[in-house]
Design a binder for this molecule. Structure first.
Ligand SMILES: [Zn+2]
Length: 444
């Protein structure tokens, strides 16, 4: 047993191989949910394991005291697969502690982070202090597979889950020791387009020059998506975009993550994108149209003189407040149809989508979060950032429960979440335990 009971708990939790995407790990998913529920019960919470058509959701709450605010803390006990296994320096489900760093699958994403909140509550209770707020813990097991059953669960338990604010620690810190409050996320909208020319692949010598080549048409069509200044040319695309506030631009200039750092992280020869914004501003707060895949014609070795029948491309838009994914998809489809010549057939399939998210970091909850972050991290001034990625569940919380989410992440830039050798510093784990206590006091 680890002499530090908090680390002992974390290591126990990390030993469950709770890989949600792989049916072979179903028993470990169940066992992990049961462990979380049991831990909450030991702290005097009434906890239930709710089965779903997928993996169970653990819900735990203290008997509410009237007059106190209610805070819901969300986390997920499922983890990503571990492949390629040979790149791990230690077995992924046998947590390894060296130089203050814990290496294990799920250490950062998300077991270390949500357990820090649970242990923060335990410290408060162990000190004989009453919890300053009413607390609900919602720990699900399907985050890594897109939370397919969480929205329905929220709808069904809307009243039971009524709260004033939600707290999630599942995002990143901009640098070690720099507490970070993420107040915005980009949304997403996906589509796939298929062009069909001739009804079969043709000999490019016999027919080349007579009919349109779908790959050429596709290349020209995709070329209409951006102008020379890197702006998206779809009419109406920017009409709902909330402009960056001047305080944001000033604050982000001071972050230890400038254009040259971003360039280095990408390994690209040069930065590129929409004129008039820094790379960070473009990632945090500007929408994009991004090609994710393109296919058509002969892909094998050597040459094949073919005039292909079909060509296709996969496209996603990253969206910012107040863009609406459904409207953007409609505008995109219309733009593509208008620019597609009649020499080919165009078929468009729309895919998944998620709304962007933004909360005012200067509202009372945001200020409370910043004070708590500063105290948990030796009075360092918190960085206020948006993230370029999407966490659709945050927008769902807002839609179904009508409340804002405070994203107070503890993951370091090199935590290797989803990769081999995922790791979490003990210092961040302990800071998370402090953060929970400061935060609940501040939110009261
Ligand atoms: Zn993850």
């Amino acid at each position: 047993m680890n002499p530090d009971p908090q680390l002992h708990d974390l290591f126990t939790l990390l030993r469950f191989s709770s890989i949600s995407t792989d049916p072979a790990h179903q028993p470990q998913m169940q066992a992990c949910a049961a462990w979380v529920a049991e831990k909450m019960s030991c702290l005097g919470f009434s906890s239930t394991i709710h089965p779903t058509p997928g993996h169970p959701i653990v819900l735990a709450r203290k008997k509410p005291s009237p007059g106190k605010k209610t805070v819901l803390i969300y986390g997920h006990y499922d983890v990503q697969p571990v492949d390629p296994l040979h790149l791990w320096t230690h077995p992924p489900f046998e947590p390894h502690l060296e130089n203050g760093i814990i290496t294990a699958r799920g250490a950062t994403d998300n077991k270390g982070q949500f357990l820090a909140h649970i242990l923060g509550v335990q410290e408060t209770l162990d000190s004989g202090t009453e919890l300053p707020v009413n607390l609900i813990f919602l720990i699900e097991g399907e985050e890594e597979i897109g939370s397919p059953h969480l929205p329905a669960f929220l709808e069904q338990h809307r009243e039971e889950l009524a709260c004033d604010v939600i707290v999630i620690s599942d995002t990143g810190m901009i640098a070690p020791g720099l507490p970070t409050f993420t107040y915005g996320l980009r949304g997403i909208a996906a589509l796939e387009l298929f062009l069909t020319g001739p009804d079969k692949d043709l000999h490019s010598g016999i027919y080349g020059g007579a009919v349109a080549n779908p790959i050429t048409v596709l290349a020209r069509l995709l070329g209409t998506l951006h102008d020379e200044q890197g702006r998206v040319r779809i009419p109406g695309f920017y009409s709902q975009v909330r402009e960056l506030q001047s305080w944001e631009r000033e604050a982000w200039k001071k972050l230890p993550l400038g254009d040259s750092d971003l360039l280095q992280l990408t390994g690209s020869p040069a930065l590129a994108g929409e004129d008039g914004y820094s790379a960070l501003e473009r990632c945090y707060a500007r929408p994009t149209a991004e090609l994710n895949g393109i296919s058509g014609g002969y892909q094998g070795e050597g040459t094949k003189t073919v005039l292909p029948s079909r060509a296709s491309a996969k496209l996603t838009f990253r969206l910012v407040p107040d863009q609406d994914p459904d409207i953007i998809l409609e505008q995109a489809c219309q733009h593509l149809r208008e620019h597609c010549p009649r020499t080919v057939h165009l078929e468009i399939k729309t895919g998944h989508s998620g709304k962007p998210y933004l909360v005012d970091p200067h509202n009372p909850y945001g200020q409370a979060a910043q004070r708590a972050l500063a105290r948990a991290f030796d009075h360092a001034e918190p960085a206020l950032i948006r993230e370029g990625g999407s966490i659709p569940i945050v927008a769902t919380f807002k839609e179904v429960l009508g409340v804002d989410t405070l994203l107070l992440g503890l993951a370091l830039p090199d935590c290797r979440a989803h990769s081999p050798n995922e790791n979490f510093p003990v210092a961040n784990f302990k800071a998370g335990i402090r953060l929970n206590q400061e935060l609940l006091r501040e939110l009261a």
